[in-house]
Every structure is written in structure tokens, then in C-alpha cells.
Design a protein around this ligand. Structure first.
Ligand code: CMP
Length: 137
């Protein structure tokens, strides 16, 4: 069925000038760009977005990283876009993400406490609707 997913180009992706490349890979796979904006996220917004990770060792470094510069928030739409985006993005660890994916082609481990992996995508229809409500209230 038609789904929507929240995509974030994280501060590393924006800072490295990869926003256009990342968005165009998602569009080129066939998904429709429904919403787009650049944002400087607040701590409050990030705490809502990452509420499921509270208490994990990478939580605080993750929030600090997401506060470190502007990011780009987008909503993409299409049949099975949640799975489809995750396939285009590659696995969480950019060092071993498959070549041909966003993380595999452009990411690496920089030896810091959080995986700077260029993009975020929702992991289920429920989290997509929750996250879209946070970023596009
Ligand atoms: P994201 O999809 O935004 O959701 C949580 C983020 O935490 C994830 O992408 C990574 O940036 C980061 N992350 C997840 N697992 C780890 C880990 N084991 N170590 C460091 N950072 C992680």
C-alpha cells in the first residue's frame, strides 16, 4: 500500500554537500518527494524523535551530533517506501554498508561515539506517522 516515510539528511550529509545527491537517489528509485525543508533542530524536538533510544550509550552523542548543524527533513511517498528507502540507505554502520547504497558509497566510521551515517529513515508505518508529526507539525 501507499506509505509515507520521514527522511532526514543528517548534519554530516548537509555539511558535506550531499543533500542533492541523497534526495536524487531516492527520487530516482521512483518515490515522490512530498515535503522538504532545512531545519536547525532543537534539543526538545530531537528528544521526541529519539525517545526510543533514551538510555542507550550513543543517545547523548547522537543528540549532540544532530544539534551540530542544519539538517534536511523530507517526506517521501510511494508503495513500500519505508522498506525501499532503507534499502537505498544501506545498513546503519556505514563502514560495512553495501556499495551502491547512500551509506556504503559516502559513509565511514570517523572513530567517534555515534555512527555518523548521513541519513535517517522511519522503520515502520507507525514510526513514520509519529515522526512526520514531529518534524512537519
Ligand atoms: P538513526 O536511524 O537516526 O537512529 C538512531 C541512530 O543512532 C542511528 O541512525 C545511528 O546514527 C546511531 N546509532 C545506532 N546504533 C549505534 C551504535 N551501536 N553506536 C553508535 N551509534 C549508533
Amino acid at each position: 500500500s501507499i506509505e509515507r516515510t520521514l527522511v532526514l539528511v543528517k548534519p554530516d550529509g548537509v555539511q558535506r554537500g550531499l543533500t542533492g545527491t541523497i534526495l536524487s537517489r531516492i527520487e530516482a528509485k521512483g518515490y515522490r518527494l512530498a515535503e522538504l525543508k532545512q531545519v536547525a533542530a532543537s534539543r526538545e524536538l530531537l528528544e521526541k524523535h529519539y525517545e526510543e533510544h533514551v538510555g542507550k550509550p550513543f543517545y547523548e552523542p547522537l543528540v549532540e551530533f544532530m544539534l551540530s548543524g542544519p539538517l534536511v527533513a523530507a517526506v517521501f511517498e510511494g508503495h513500500r517506501v519505508i522498506e525501499g528507502f532503507r534499502s537505498v540507505a544501506g545498513t546503519t554502520d556505514p563502514t560495512t554498508a553495501a556499495p551502491g547504497t547512500i551509506r556504503g558509497d559516502f559513509g565511514r566510521d570517523w572513530g567517534v561515539k555515534v555512527q555518523q551515517n548521513l541519513v535517517h529513515g522511519s522503520d515502520s508505518p507507525e514510526s513514520a506517522e509519529r515522526e512526520i508529526g514531529i518534524w512537519f507539525a
